[in-house]
Ligand binder design. Structure first.
Ligand code: ADP
Ligand code: MG
Length: 476
């Protein structure tokens, strides 16, 4: 039997506003538990929420970027359920009239482009966090996150496999960071998704029964969780059984999904319009202001890099693909003139290091000033490219500046012709056999002599100077 996978993603984006969606408490990450909480977040009786317009502006910016319809009048609803991390007993969300309706994004799959339509994107508040591993026999609640603004972006069921789902999430990440609506920090939960997955016979028009895997917060886990779930569902169907519609959890330690709750026990949320908030109306002037201050998107950036920095379209595309890399690159261009060398380092050495460590550039010890300085030292021949690489390693681990490292380790390149000549004379004298062979036609030996000089100087001799003098000395 030939099967087909159908996936729809619900992406939660934490909007990077200073304060919460309905209160003036801070949204800062990593503060001590229950310090960024006020009476509204605690859900005390008699307090009234008020709206943070900035969250709306960010949601609208997203909507405009994906060519969606923006509902300039939108309303909030209550989604009622009981859970310890939700003190009000309901979540304020948007049901019938979300701020963003429709739109689409494009993902690149095997050299072709696929459009994934977006159903809607609505604003809602986040819940608090339950902590089960800090107090023996007790669970604790941290309400710092309660009330943080989220944009939930719902896709149509048009994603066909785990790879496409990852590509979709990567585009989302790129988009929300470029639009500066979110920091996109997946490890901190700023971008996470629920994956709805079903299987049907190839060619069937009706969708199969789906399961929903909750709260996946890394590209790697999205791929693994979906692939596990696809296999699990196909096995059930091949055995002639039925998939149960349920919510499941992905356990990364065991690399498996397992049931959280089934639809039989599903909550009846009893949605109704939030009586404490009026409909939110965004004026035409506000819409125009958002358009007028629209951030640069990857495509515009690519074009600008080709023009302003004379980079190839390939290099420009790679640099512009990540907002944090692009920001870093642009900062560094203010301190060096050799843009192409800088770009080579960003795409080569620096990207390789970040991939190996699986971190973003702003999580590393590298700073734009230091990378620009490294490029300048290679450019002005204070050091060779090779020594540059070892200095770079040191920079990655200590965060020191290249000049500090060059001075403390005496790595300044030897470019003095007289000094290099002396060393070359010594090498020639010590290797008369090789010299004879070379003069006899064994030209490959040239590299051997260069190597010997480099060895004597611990790699510090300027390779161009060495080559030039050696050539003269070894003339027949
Ligand atoms: P709910 O309100 O229960 O979360 P929705 O109808 O809003 O359900 O759908 C949520 C997500 O699940 C959407 O991204 C949608 O595309 C996706 N989805 C719905 N049905 C299926 C299905 N049978 N298979 C895969 N994805 C589905
Ligand atoms: Mg859902």
């Amino acid at each position: 039997m030939s099967w087909e996978t159908v996936i729809g993603l619900e992406t939660h984006v934490q909007l990077s506003t200073k304060t919460k969606l309905f209160s003036r408490a801070s949204t800062a990450f990593g503060e001590s538990p229950n310090t960024n909480v006020n009476l509204i977040d605690c859900g005390l009786p008699g307090v009234l929420p008020s709206i943070n317009k900035e969250a709306f502006y960010k949601a609208i910016r997203f909507g405009m970027a994906v060519d969606a319809q923006i509902n300039q009048t939108s309303i909030f609803d209550r989604k009622n359920y009981f859970y310890a991390d939700l003190p009000k007993g309901y979540q304020i969300t948007q049901m019938d009239l979300p701020i963003v309706l429709g739109g689409s994004i494009e993902i690149a799959i095997d050299n072709s482009v696929k459009t994934i339509n977006i159903t809607r994107a609505h604003l809602e508040e986040d819940a608090g966090k339950s902590i089960h591993d800090q107090f023996d026999g007790y669970s604790a609640i941290d309400l710092n996150r309660a009330g943080t603004p989220l944009l939930e972006i719902v896709s149509e069921p048009e994603i066909s496999n785990a790879k496409e789902a990852v590509a979709y999430m990567k585009v989302m990440h790129q988009l929300v960071t470029y639009l500066e609506v979110s920091d996109g920090n997946m490890a901190q939960g700023s971008l996470r998704c629920d994956a709805n997955i079903s299987i049907r016979k190839k060619g069937d028009l009706e969708l199969g029964t789906r399961t929903e895997i909750k709260n996946i917060n890394s590209f790697k886990f999205i791929e693994k969780a979906i692939n596990y779930e696809i296999k699990r569902q196909i096995k059930i169907l091949e055995n002639g059984k039925k998939v149960v519609q349920e919510t499941r959890l992905y356990d990364s330690a065991k690399d498996e999904t397992r049931p959280m709750r089934s639809k039989e026990f599903a909550n009846d949320y009893r949605y109704f319009p939030e009586p404490d908030l009026l409909p939110v109306v965004i004026s035409d002037q506000e819409m125009q202001d958002i358009k007028d201050n629209f951030p640069e998107l990857p495509k515009d950036k690519e074009a600008r890099y080709e023009k302003d920095f004379k980079l190839s379209s390939y290099d420009s595309k790679i640099l512009a693909s990540s907002k944090s890399m692009a920001d870093f690159f642009e900062d560094a261009t203010k301190k060096t003139k050799n843009f192409s060398l800088l770009s080579n380092w960003m795409i080569g050495e620096i990207s390789a290091f970040l991939n190996k460590e699986a971190i973003e550039i702003n999580e590393s010890k590298l700073i734009p000033n230091n990378i620009a300085m490294l490029i300048n030292r290679i450019d002005d021949q204070t050091i060779s490219g090779k020594i540059g690489k070892s200095i770079f390693e040191e920079m990655c681990s200590t965060g020191e500046s290249p000049d500090q490292i060059i001075e403390s380790q005496g790595l300044r390149q030897l470019s003095d012709d007289g000094e290099i000549e002396k060393l070359i004379d010594a090498v020639i004298e010590d290797h008369s056999k090789q010299v004879a062979a070379y003069l006899d036609g064994k030209e490959k030996l040239f590299g051997f002599f260069v190597g010997q000089v480099m060895k004597l100087t611990a790699g510090k001799a300027n390779p161009e100077t060495v080559n030039k003098i050696l050539k003269e000395k070894l003339k027949k």
